[in-house]
Design a protein around this ligand. Sequence first.
Ligand SMILES: Cc1cc2nc3c(=O)[nH]c(=O)nc-3n(C[C@H](O)[C@H](O)[C@H](O)COP(=O)(O)OP(=O)(O)OC[C@H]3O[C@@H](n4cnc5c(N)ncnc54)[C@H](O)[C@@H]3O)c2cc1C
Length: 485
Amino acid sequence: MPARTGAEYLRGLRERSAEVWLGNERVHDVTTHPALRRCARSVAHLYDMQHDPALRDEMTYLSPTSGTRVGLSFITPRSLEDLQRRSRMMLHWARYSGGMLGRSPDYLNVSLMAAAAAADFYGQNDPRFADNARNYYTYVRERDLCLTHTLVNPQANRALTATGHPSAEIAARIVKETDEGIIIRGARILATLGPLSDEIMVFPSTVLKAAADTASFAFAFAIPCDTPGLKFLCREGFDYGASHFDHPLGSRFEEMDAIVIFDDVLVPWERVFLKADPFLCNQLFAATNAVVHLMHQVVVKDVAKAEFLLGVACMVVDAIGSGEFPHVHEKIAECIINLELMKACLRAGEADAAVDRWGVMCPYRPPLDVARNVFPKMYPRMVEILQLLSSSGMMMIPPQSAFDSPVGEDIERSLVVANMNARDRVKLFRLAWDVACSAFAGRQTLYERFFFGDPVRMASALYGVYDKEPLMERVRQFLARAEED
Ligand SMILES: Cc1cc2nc3c(=O)[nH]c(=O)nc-3n(C[C@H](O)[C@H](O)[C@H](O)COP(=O)(O)OP(=O)(O)OC[C@H]3O[C@@H](n4cnc5c(N)ncnc54)[C@H](O)[C@@H]3O)c2cc1C
């Protein structure tokens, strides 16, 4: 089956019908539920882009197994050109949402590709797992499935987690092995887009101590979202059913986050990639380079998001005629610097890519690592800049319905600005508000701060992997220079 259309994606969600809970309501059809359906439609649009004649060649490639056109984010890059093609494809998707759909399917497609390419890594645990990793990648690619993932054990007691021991009564764990597979019980966080996905990857990220009591928490597998016993508990939804005019982002890109409950879920052996091996689990993302491919997708998204915020900020300045003030230049310049830094990191990551031990053209990690460490600080600052540039303008945003009410003329007269009529001004500032003030905006900021991991531990990871030795050696040589030198 070739790259899917949006209609095929929506049909898949309807047919599979995972157990999704929103408050006390069991959601039976996520494609029609008011809190989820419009984001489902946006994801469907991404799939449709694969069939747009103007984009098709940039969005898809010929499958090495079926010969049909499949999504380009699945490609196993063998050359720099492959990487750059993947990057262009991902940018098309990221620009569609201004980077607000962090979990466009490419995010996990690249990770899955890395898992298959590094299948021998999984095979160290059990030779069957290497085949599982390869087969699963092909399975997903050929069906163009949409994946979510959950990596983290819930916040029960982080003092315990810090020692490498998850909370035994809460975190998802293997409770039994049978001829059919492993049985999982417990909870994980936080499956973004979970209710709108076909399958879930349950992979390790919490660092586990290699000890007897942690083995049952050490696993990697993937299963369909409608597997019996699997439940998605959604947070409160931020799509309130308002028009695109009123909530331009929340009405389109509300990618739901969900706690995942495993109520004695059977994971068939063919879907198990790692089992009871804390040592391999702790290494997985770095050793397979999946983390680098994920960073590649993330930095493409960062570019699109920085472009979008800069664009909104410039429009706000233009609208109210504040472009003469030096401090406004400074703030816009800060956004420009952020954007250009992200573009430079992306480009450097691609330019210095090299074929890794798995035979994959892998982006150069350091500049992408820099980007993933700095963007969680940049994004909240750009949101702050938007607030500082917009000020009360973000509160002078009566809903669309007010224009057709008895006070409509008052609004048309009073909310006009230097370079825009009232209606266009309100439309623009409602967008700025949805970037910087709404519930949707708050979640986006939290997302950027944390989705790729705790920033403190990401910095530690950078400290750990960065090759510092040549620099220290240069300093040693400097200190050893002769007196007259
Ligand atoms: C909007 C959003 C979407 C997300 N989507 C997903 C998703 O789709 N899939 C997924 O798997 N995860 C997802 N996450 C979860 C994300 O991976 C975690 O938020 C992140 O790894 C941090 O873990 P935590 O939230 O449990 O915070 P914690 O680890 O509990 O950290 C909380 C605070 O305690 C400190 N802390 C805790 N432990 C330590 C330690 N050992 N050393 C130093 N400081 C410590 C942290 O620095 C932080 O200040 C998402 C998160 C958000 C906010």
